[in-house]
Design a protein around this ligand. Sequence first.
Ligand code: UT7
Length: 368
Amino acid sequence: MPFAHITGWGMYVPEPILTNDDISKLVDTNDAWIRDRTGIRERHIAREHEFPSTLGVEAALKALAVANLAPTDLDLIICTSSSPEYIFPATACLIQDQIGATKAGAFDLQAACTGFIFATNMAAQAIRSGSIKSALVVGTEVLSRMVNWKDRNTCILFGDGAGAFVLQASDVPGGVISAVMHSDGSGADALSIPGGGTRFPATEATLHEGKHFVQMDGKEVFRFATRVMGRAVVEALESANMKIEDVQCIVPHQANYRIIETAAKYLKLPIDKFVINVERYGNTSTASIPIATVEGLQKGRINTGDKVVFVGFGGGLTWGAMVVEWTGPIPANKKHIYTEQYRLFARLRSLLRRVWRHIEGFFSRKEL
Ligand code: UT7
């Protein structure tokens, strides 16, 4: 059975920064409260022309460059987002088109903030089964367009950004070792965007009631998160036949510094075992784990051979953890891949396919 290695990683956040002081001009809040209760100082906000797919493409191309893998070699793309571009088509298909991943199947996976762990596990399972050789997993968010900027309970928390992993098959042991996935739909109301689906289709009334915005019972989600995070780490380690002492680094979902602190206490670990960057990005939902991983790698917190645990929780309710032996890119005598060339090729290809579809439509109408 092949092993599923994480061979590429990338992140992207939009340039504009919104500080706590900026938010205090919109709602009744202040920097001291936000920092004290959440650990967040600032977050990045997408510009008008930026969308989950465009942020995701930036992160994906960086991940492919690290793996030195051409988009045309990808077999599968899984995108996970709590703020997808549309209900359908899948954001994954938009990314597939923009990077020119000509042979990849692409779909979205919805598990709110736990999505990146679930999606990485699905990609790893597909590789381990032997059915595919490579996969791209993208977590991407423009949550700034889904929060109510008049609701201080939620608007202080979230930020925009994207992160991506490339996974590849190898006979060398390592990569994704174990994963646990959990859900409890009885807590569905605790964190949701109720409007715009088929339960509450968009109407003037749903707009007026703000059903298209993130709704959250913060205390309930806080209690749930502190209950499940540590336990999920222990479970994933048990399934990997490992102990907490074997782990060099934990990359948790970045929702609230206090939640991470509680998990550290539960696991009897010093807080510096955790990669934490919530202060600069806020909660970027599905993108928070890959963004923190990329920063952990850049800062030398994660190194080749390290055992790393990812742990996340979110709406659904969902939660999960994954144990990985970090190996990095697969050495190969391949020539260097220039991902920017693929971006140009993808644009041209997409344009030609759209024109061709138009011409085909014109002639087939004449035939009917
Ligand atoms: O990916 C998962 C996403 N969600 C989460 O992880 C959220 C988990 N929950 C949390 O992080 C925390 O519950 C919050 C940060 C959302 C809230 O912190 P808290 O310590 O649970 O605050 P609270 O809701 O109990 O509110 C305490 C007080 C209240 O005032 P009173 O009733 O004590 O007078 C609130 O009205 O703080 C007030 N408050 C605020 N004050 C200033 C609530 N939000 C704010 C605010 N600024 N933004």
